[in-house]
Design a protein around this ligand. Structure first.
Ligand code: NAG
Ligand code: NAG
Ligand code: NAG
Ligand code: NAG
Ligand code: NAG
Ligand code: NAG
Ligand code: NAG
Length: 901
């Protein structure tokens, strides 16, 4: 038994949490709310002079209070703003007391163009008494949101807003969840409250929280975002003639953004959502390479062996990761002097860097509570006084890997200096471990202390986590409730009457009470805010702080950070992995819907599951299939739990072959997906999408979540059943091309069966109408890949035309000196490359491959800016009907290829 083995394993926690998750809901004490009187709207005034249509008004309780979960508030304020052509903002708050709102320091509000209602694509129509409203799409007069039958309820610790929707509504979002991508609408509750959720069971609240949904109809797709971080239950139900959706929230204010989306292009809803929560951060090119990690590497020797084994097996390894194992007694910002000494880790980093490979370590938020132990991170945190506190000013203690711990308070005004300094010292290129990226975990924040956690020291002993030294808590006289500018609580604030520990309405947290296995809801941040209100922001605030710290180390480079817990807007700081899932076929399947949620709705496109699964032993067949699916995860990492069999791809011949083939496809497509990431950072275009984003009128696509679009033009249709070598895939009425043979496949809006798909293959199709930039071959690193020439695959649509683009830059800098952003079009026998060509990539356009032609053009003439470049060599593949035109010219100028037949 090594020193690491004496503690409870994380696997043990999995089993423990499973049993805990079942049947332990605190059943909400449901009250009769049918008699709640609603409110009457009065004193409506136009707050700005025309052309604005913004209004503000008073909402007065319209009858005898129902006091369902507390006293009905008597007087509310309402505002409605037409912020731009596609967005309405509706806000309802307490007129007499200040209530918590998501701080703008965490989620900035969008700019408000303050337009006239008549210029908006949607309008808000209301009835004054009782106050209800409808959001209407003007072009069709279709009602998108309708509270007519459901008067508003607003109490100190409960509010409810409820809408009727069309029957069997197509709803997506409200994650994080492992439910189907198209949400079940019968008796379904989505609870939003960050939770360390091993095994990621469907139907429960998971790590992150995204109170946004898209609703899709024949007449269009729109979005609704609730800007609120309190615990909530979003309830969906089907009645005979309609679906209903209701937000039941235990704090904050009603802060709704209605997004018009579009009548014909669902991706517009995603772009509009990026206007309010921010666009995804640009990622380094190398981060799209293949990553290997596992929990349970026993020492630096094993890590080095994994790196060399990847190399000798010929599987490209871009980035090596280490989980908590490297830490000394699991203390963050320390390395185990015997098992992972800094000097030896530095050797590994040097080795990787010399070979253009990368290195990532994990950092948790919780800091070991070790007074007098010369644990410098803790001591500096005490000195800076940046740890989260109890109401009486003592440190809020919990239990994480190192035993009893304290949490950084991300609202503390000096937290940036503290966190930056820890990163600077420990990850110092000259003396420490020069990481290229960082992985942040346990930031729900997770705790192993069972509520009420009266004696964390005793529980840590029982759990066999290192007992901390007895010591008096530092600075017992630290004043509490100091305020800063982030948020000021007025003395008469609405908070004092709240029962934080026992709200009358109890959201359906799968751990039971809201404080279970996390920071308690009573914990107080430096600015006076309570965990009750801000819990769901913790992981995203850690993400933002970690981004600042990584930027402070390498100010010119795009940081690479992967987190577990997210809130709306997290994607502008970090990427996300889907958490501690299991090595099962079911979870392999869920991972697609999980990624779709993050990438197509929540604006967190750098996303992927633990490839081959995290918990449990994977079978070689599943791992081979997952290697091929993983190649189409935006973030592609193999990772598993300790005390299970290794699952590095090189361990089996089958996974070696699958990984090599899949990584080769991925790498040839890397600039295609990098271009998609660039577009996302510019306008929020989804990097992955469900089929219905492309075929919104095709009802059969609406609930498909086992096929998806990688970028907007590559259709991925993995085999999804154990023991199967075939898959039924749906092809809409369109033309597709097999990615490997390039042969056309006509879709007819039917399901077809693809047969004989070996365990090392994955069906991939190019969607007609697109141009795909490819590197001519893969490579062992992304650095080497960037020296490969390009080929352009032109895949004409049913109308015989195609469009695509290619974005190239240096792949790492935050600010680019020169970029190439090339548009490629194909129409009437002419391929044109236009746009900017300023980035000097040093590579050529080797060839243009035009698919689906019945015969080859006799002659292809090239010209650039009107200057003839002569005739190009043409080869025709009769079997699969494609034409290869050899171009072999630098990719640095406009180019036209004209076909003569
Ligand atoms: C909403 O109000 C507008 C302007 O008053 C009106 O033209 C429209 O018919 C209303 N729509 C619905 C569905 O009530
Ligand atoms: C609704 O779901 C809850 C919890 O999942 C269950 O207890 C209840 O029986 C269901 N109600 C109906 C009507 O199906
Ligand atoms: C590396 O490969 C060797 C030989 O195939 C094997 O014995 C060893 O267990 C592997 N090491 C690791 C850490 O995977
Ligand atoms: C402060 O509150 C914590 C948590 O409620 C409690 O454990 C601790 O004993 C209190 N300390 C004092 C000095 O009252
Ligand atoms: C933040 O740090 C500065 C400089 O050390 C110090 O003067 C200030 O009191 C600190 N602020 C808080 C709230 O601790
Ligand atoms: C995984 O396999 C190993 C070796 O066969 C076995 O000892 C272990 O119990 C297995 N773990 C699980 C979770 O099945
Ligand atoms: C592959 C897999 O099962 N992924 C799941 C892992 O967990 C996340 C939730 O955190 C799910 O969204 C994924 O579907």
């Amino acid at each position: 038994m090594g020193k690491f083995r004496k503690w409870l394993t994380r696997l043990g926690m999995v089993a423990f949490c499973f049993s805990d998750a079942k049947g332990s809901y605190i059943l909400p004490n449901l009250r009769d709310i049918s008699g709640c009187p609603g409110y009457t709207l009065t004193n409506v005034v136009h707050v700005h002079s025309p052309p604005s249509s913004a209004i503000i008004g008073d909402l007065i309780l319209a009858g005898d209070p129902c006091d369902a979960y507390g006293d009905d508030l008597k007087h509310l304020r309402l505002s409605v703003d037409y912020e731009d052509e596609t967005r309405i903002h509706l806000k309802i708050w307490d007129a007499s007391r200040q209530r918590y709102e998501v701080p703008e320091s965490v989620l900035p509000r969008p700019s408000n163009k303050d337009i006239q209602a008549s210029a908006s694509q949607i309008t808000l129509n209301y009835t004054a008494s009782p106050f209800t409203f409808q959001v209407v799409r003007r072009s069709t007069n279709e009602i998108l949101f309708d509270t007519s039958r459901h008067p508003l309820i607003f109490e100190p610790q409960y509010w409810r807003i409820k809408t009727d929707l069309p029957p069997n509504a197509n709803l997506y979002g409200l994650g994080e969840h492992t439910d189907s991508f198209r949400l079940p609408t019968y008796n379904h509750t989505r609870t939003l409250w960050s939770r360390d959720s091993p095994g990621v069971p469907p139907g429960t609240n998971l790590y992150g929280n995204h109170p946004i949904y898209f609703e899709h109809r024949k007449g269009g797709t729109h979005g609704v975002f609730l800007r609120n971080s309190n615990a909530m239950d979003v309830k969906l139900d089907d009645l005979y003639d309609r679906t209903t959706l209701e937000f039941n929230v235990i704090g904050g204010i009603i802060d709704l953004y209605f997004l018009a989306g579009s009548e014909s292009s669902p991706a517009e809803a995603a772009k509009q959502y990026s206007d309010i929560v921010g666009r995804p951060a640009e990622i380094p090119y190398w981060s799209l390479g293949f990553h290997q990690c596992r929990w349970g590497y026993s020492d630096f020797v094993e890590v080095a062996h994994v790196i060399s084994n990847y190399s000798s097996s010929g599987i490209p390894l871009e980035t090596m990761w280490i989980d908590i194992d490297y830490m000394n007694d699991f203390k963050i910002f320390t390395a185990d002097p015997e098992y992972f000494p800094t000097a030896r880790l530095r050797e590994i980093v040097d080795y990787l860097h010399l070979r253009n490979q990368h290195f990532v370590l994990m950092v948790d938020p919780a800091v070991g509570y070790l007074p007098g132990e010369n644990y410098q991170t803790f001591d500096r945190g005490v000195q800076d006084d940046i740890f989260l506190k109890n109401p009486n000013g003592s440190y809020h203690l919990s239990i994480v890997w190192p035993g009893v711990t304290v949490y950084p308070d991300w609202f503390h005004p000096n937290i940036t200096e503290f966190w930056n300094n820890e990163f600077k010292l420990f990850f110092d290129p000259a003396t420490g471990i020069d990481i290229d990226g960082v992985w942040i975990d346990m930031n729900e924040p997770a705790s192993f202390c069972l509520y009420p956690c009266l004696d964390p020291f005793e529980q840590a002993r029982e759990q066999d986590r290192p007992p901390p030294r007895p010591a008096s808590p530092p600075k017992p006289d630290t004043p509490i409730f100091q305020h800063d500018n982030t948020f000021t609580i007025q003395p008469r604030g609405g908070f004092e009457k709240r029962s934080l520990l026992a709200p009358d309405y109890v959201p359906k947290n799968s751990f039971g009470t809201l404080s279970e296995k996390t920071a308690h809801v009573t914990a107080v941040h430096h600015n006076g805010l309570k965990e009750y209100d801000t819990h769901n922001l913790y992981g995203t605030m850690m993400s933002a702080a970690t981004r600042r710290a990584m930027l402070a180390r390498r100010p010119k480079e795009r940081p690479f950070i992967i987190t577990r817990s997210t809130f709306a807007g997290a994607g502008s700081h970090v990427g996300k992995w889907l958490g501690d899932n299991l090595s099962t076929w079911a979870q392999y399947r869920f991972s697609i819907a999980g990624m779709l949620g993050m990438a197509s709705i929540y604006q967190i496109p750098m996303v992927g599951s633990d490839v081959c699964g995290f918990g449990g032993n994977v079978t070689v067949d599943l791992c081979a299939r997952w290697a091929t699916l993983g190649a189409f995860n935006p973030f592609f990492r193999n990772h598993n739990i300790e005390h299970t069999l290794g699952q590095e791809f090189y361990l089996w011949d089958l996974t070696t072959e699958a990984a090599k083939k899949a990584i080769d496809m991925r790498y040839r497509l890397l600039d295609y997906i990098y271009t998609a990431f660039h577009r996302a950072s510019v306008d929020g275009s989804p990097v992955l999408s469900p089929l219905w984003f492309k075929y919104p009128a095709d009802e059969k696509t609406w609930d498909i979540d086992l096929q998806f679009l990688y970028g907007d033009s590559i259709l991925v249709s993995p085999v999804t059943e154990e023991g199967s070598t075939s898959v039924d895939i749906y092809l809409p009425d369109d033309i597709f091309y097999d990615f490997l043979t390039l042969a056309p496949v006509r879709g007819h809006g039917t399901t077809i069966t693809l047969k004989d798909i070996s365990l090392v293959d994955i069906p991939v199709h190019i969607v007609g109408g697109s141009v795909i930039p490819l590197r001519v071959s893969g490579a062992m690193t992304t650095t080497a890949l960037r020296t490969k020439d390009f080929a352009l695959v032109v895949a004409p649509g049913l109308d015989g035309e195609a469009q695509g683009s290619l974005y190239i830059d240096d792949g790492t800098s935050l600010v680019q000196d020169a970029i190439s952003d090339i548009s490629i079009s194909y129409r009437l026998g002419k391929v044109s490359l236009t746009g900017s060509f300023a980035y000097s990539s040093g590579v050529k356009l080797a060839s243009v491959i035009v698919l689906g032609l019945e015969e080859a053009p006799l002659v292809v003439l090239a010209s650039s800016g009107g200057v003839s470049l002569g005739e190009l060599d043409v080869r025709f593949d009769e079997q699969n009907g494609y034409t290869v035109i050899t171009v072999d010219r630098p990719l640095d100028h406009h180019l036209d290829l004209v076909f003569e037949v």
